[in-house]
Design a binder for this molecule. Structure first.
Ligand code: NAP
Length: 320
């Protein structure tokens, strides 16, 4: 099969397409014929060996894929060849024509979604669900600010929060990003490049403050985020690419929390609950991944440049 390989860490151009042997599923493993693979920022950190990530080379990048089950190991009970599926984590990498996964990391792909949309579920929707419901414990009627709503995780969080009856303040950095988040249910749309946007968010709450902030770039925003929180407010740090200075006193007077999260800490039972919640939203029509760009598999280097260097507009997908 063809697969993108990283033979040494470095710039996106270290990724090359190569012919490698097909993986063979053992016991609880599922081999998937990949039609679409999602590109996530974390895969660029691992490839570059930055942001505290590293990987043993050579390897195939990628965690998210959607496709059809090709073959299964002897102990697989949930899937059979021909099933439409998506992954939330793989054993051999998803930027490839085939990927091997544990059956616990494979889920049935609802008929409502294309393969490209299925490849946008694993990391982005699972992260958004985990951040909003498990970590922030956001409730119906609360003010929820999605700080960075135009990308993969942000749009997922926006759709989840709007469907749950939360009042969503969504930020984006471009006109078309703002139009996109408005379309998907934001009650207030603001620009995170505007220094005044924190005040605009606070005013929208009538001065009460924001109950929950899902933060995609904490190193830029955390110091200001905690100043616009409501009493008992929570910031969940989803993304951060550097250091930040905060004034802890802003947390004290409000009994407010800063909570971190990484999807890697999700337990198998929690992952099942997350995927069930996502499937219910997809079937009801409240969740629908937005694909901004599809590129052929061999353009993985371009996809890595774009996901870090360009403004976001939904998901970037590699197709086989
Ligand atoms: P993405 O699709 O590239 O989206 C990035 C988002 O950040 C866009 O909405 C972008 O908006 C926004 N952004 C840019 N500048 C910002 C600013 N100054 N303030 C607030 N937002 C800003 O990436 P993603 O897949 O959604 O991931 C978002 C972040 O979460 C990444 O750092 C990623 O590594 C991290 N992440 C963490 C976990 C975890 O387990 N903790 C899981 C998944 C992702 P514009 O482009 O419109 O300016």
């Amino acid at each position: 099969m063809k697969a993108i390989r990283v033979n040494t860490t470095g710039a996106p151009e270290v990724m090359h397409i190569e012919e490698i042997p097909d993986p063979v599923p053992e016991r609880e493993q599922v081999l998937i014929k990949v039609y679409a693979a999602g590109v996530n920022p974390v895969e660029t950190y691992i490839r570059a060996g930055g942001q505290g990530y590293s990987a043993a080379v050579p390897y195939t990048p990628g965690m998210d894929a959607a496709g059809v089950v090709e073959s299964v190991g002897a102990d697989v009970t949930k899937f059979k060849p021909g099933d439409r599926v998506y992954t939330a984590g793989t054993l051999t990498g998803s930027y490839a024509e085939k990927t091997l996964c544990l059956q616990s990391r494979v889920f049935h792909l609802p008929d409502q979604l294309t393969f490209s949309q299925g490849a946008a579920l694993g990391v982005p929707y699972s992260t958004a669900y985990r951040a909003l419901f498990h970590r922030a414990q956001a409730r119906t009627g609360e003010f929820v600010m999605i700080h960075g709503a135009s990308g993969g995780v942000g749009l997922a969080a926006l759709q989840l929060a709007a469907a749950a009856g939360m009042k969503v303040i969504a930020t984006a950095g471009t006109h078309r990003g703002k139009a996109l988040v408005e379309k998907y249910g934001a009650a207030l749309v603001i620009d995170h490049n505007d220094p005044d946007h924190f005040t605009q968010a606070l005013e929208f709450t009538g001065g009460k403050g924001v109950d929950v902030i899902l933060e995609m770039l904490a190193n830029v925003n955390l110091g200001n985020d905690i100043q616009i929180l409501a009493k008992h407010g929570r910031v969940v740090v989803i993304g951060s690419r550097g250091n930040v200075e905060i004034t802890p006193r802003f947390l004290m007077g409000k009994d407010a929390d800063i909570r971190g999260m990484t999807l890697m800490n999700v337990l198998p039972d929690e992952m099942d609950e997350i995927q069930q919640g996502i499937a219910e939203g997809v079937i009801k029509g409240s969740l629908s991944p937005v694909i901004g760009l599809e590129l052929p598999l061999e353009k993985a280097p371009e996809a890595h440049h774009l996901v870090i260097e360009e403004k976001a507009y939904g998901k970037i997908i590699l197709t086989t």
